[in-house]
Design a protein around this ligand. Sequence first.
Ligand SMILES: [Ca+2]
Length: 162
Amino acid sequence: MAQFLRPIATTLSSRIATGDHTSIDEAVPDDGDYIRTQNIYPGGAAAVFECRLSPALQPRSPNATLRLRSYDPQPYGSYMTLSLKQGAQQLWTAEYDPPGIGIRTAEVSPDISGVTDWSDLSFRCEFYLPGWQTPGGARNVYLYWLELEIPDRVPASLLMLL
Ligand SMILES: [Ca+2]
């Protein structure tokens, strides 16, 4: 059994027009609710959303999969900076370039080797358009769903040996 970490509290919402953690926390993706950014502009300030993730137990291996479902209405893409934080400390970050148009589900493999407290993790996403990205112009970008999957917990019998 894997463990699934999902959004449980919105901790930062900047230039977000609609939605909060309850819009992206479903077990089965539901496109009926979502986070929608305000208009973001080429080279302009990013829209930022940050949420706490549900607590988990130490997994038996550090193989994690971050899944997100997003939508950019223009064919020339916005970018997202995805991050995982423990408390205020950033543990992992990566750029994500949503491919093409339409609602897409993506999987990325975050490095979770630095996590020591599985009850204090947050997800951060910055939505932006690069300064050179003029085709399509300003637009709203959408995030429909998010989950972090990690392996099952370390067996209790092994934890006693640690
Ligand atoms: Ca949703």
